[in-house]
Design a protein around this ligand. Structure first.
Ligand code: COA
Length: 310
């Protein structure tokens, strides 16, 4: 009981009072749920949309945050409601100093995300489509510039806007059955939520052009060979691999992780001298932290450091 209460009080400091504790494999609270203290207890946040949910892992995984996509009837296609859910969720994470690393995953088997909701799209006027695509592009930019590392966990199809969401993450990890592609030109449009810019920056101009101009779908292994994903693992094991990477990041100094991401992302947009000046500025942010002193003490005492993000 004491353990359970400790989890709750820690979560309440950062989260909304409606938080309830659920087990990883069941979204239904069990009787006497406070008595269950498994290593990977999840805390369900208020659902911003039925199709997008935010979970914060706890105990030793505290600091890892998961966004799950849950719109099975259309294979996680992004419609207006889901877009709102994504916007609210990314905003909530960007304001959360307790989050250290984010995973985006699907709870729908065999698909990460099927892109824009083409059934809803058919009912929209051109100006509604413009508004939707602009908002989707903006939401993915919020995702891209989150201060913490983000990892897309891709099992099954990541098509169109689904791949664009993954491209807005820092890392991508897929199962070998994954299918990635940008079919937009086949629909007489172009990828409009960032892929024309992010894909060539990731894999180079020539490969990006081939994928966008032909709409060709590729498998996980080919994506790996192009540098489009960081890891391609056995089918159904992408989440486990992503969790391993997330845990690895989560045990590092949280301020250092944020500063490293900032130095890389913002530095790449600058000339060399300004980028190195930015690196200096980011290093400076780590210099006066308690965590830096803790790292040196832990080294001297031959133990693991305990970082507090200060
Ligand atoms: N928008 C709206 N509905 C979609 C959708 C999308 N992007 N993708 C799939 N769906 C719907 C299907 O229309 C189908 O609905 P129905 O049961 O009413 O017919 C349902 O989801 C299941 O789709 P289905 O194709 O039978 O599932 P699958 O598991 O065999 O294949 C995909 C999944 C994602 C590979 C396939 O649905 C697909 O290629 N979708 C289109 C992706 C696309 O072109 N996206 C780019 C948008 S710019």
């Amino acid at each position: 009981m004491v353990g359970g209460m400790r989890i709750l009080s820690r979560s309440l400091r950062h989260h909304k009072p409606k938080a309830s504790i659920l087990t990883e494999n069941s979204l239904t609270p069990r009787p006497n749920q406070w008595l269950y203290q498994t290593r990977r207890t999840l805390i369900l946040e208020s659902a911003p949309s039925q199709s997008v949910n935010l979970h914060r892992l706890s105990d030793s995984d505290s600091g890892i945050v998961e966004v799950s996509l849950e719109r099975p009837q259309v294979r996680n296609a992004i419609g207006k409601d889901m877009l709102k859910g994504l916007q609210n969720t990314f905003d909530a994470i960007s304001n959360d100093s307790s989050a250290n690393v984010l995973l985006i995953r699907s709870k729908v088997p065999k698909v990460f995300c099927a892109g824009a909701d083409l059934k809803e799209r058919k009912m929209m006027s051109a100006s509604e489509v413009r508004d939707f695509v602009n908002k989707l592009r903006a939401a993915f930019t919020v995702l891209e510039v989150l201060p913490i590392p983000t990892i897309a966990v891709i099992e099954g199809a990541a098509l169109g806007g689904g791949l664009e969401m993954a491209l807005s993450c820092d890392l991508r990890i897929c199962g070998e059955d994954a299918v990635l592609g940008l079919p937009e030109t086949g629909l007489a449009i172009i990828p409009g939520a960032g892929a024309t810019q992010r894909l060539p920056r990731l894999v180079g101009k020539s490969i990006a052009k081939e994928l966008i101009l032909t709409g060709r779908k590729i498998g996980g292994r080919e994506a790996m060979s192009m540098g489009l994903v960081n890891y391609c693992v056995h089918a159904s094991e992408a989440y486990l691999k992503a969790l391993e990477v997330a845990r690895n990041i989560n045990e590092k100094g949280p301020i250092a992780i944020r500063m490293a991401k900032r130095a890389i992302d913002q530095g790449l947009e600058l000339d060399r001298a300004s980028a190195l000046a930015l690196e200096e500025e980011c290093y400076e942010q780590t210099l006066h932290t308690k965590d830096r002193l803790e790292a040196l003490a832990a080294f001297a005492e031959k133990r693991k450091p305990r970082y507090i993000g200060e």
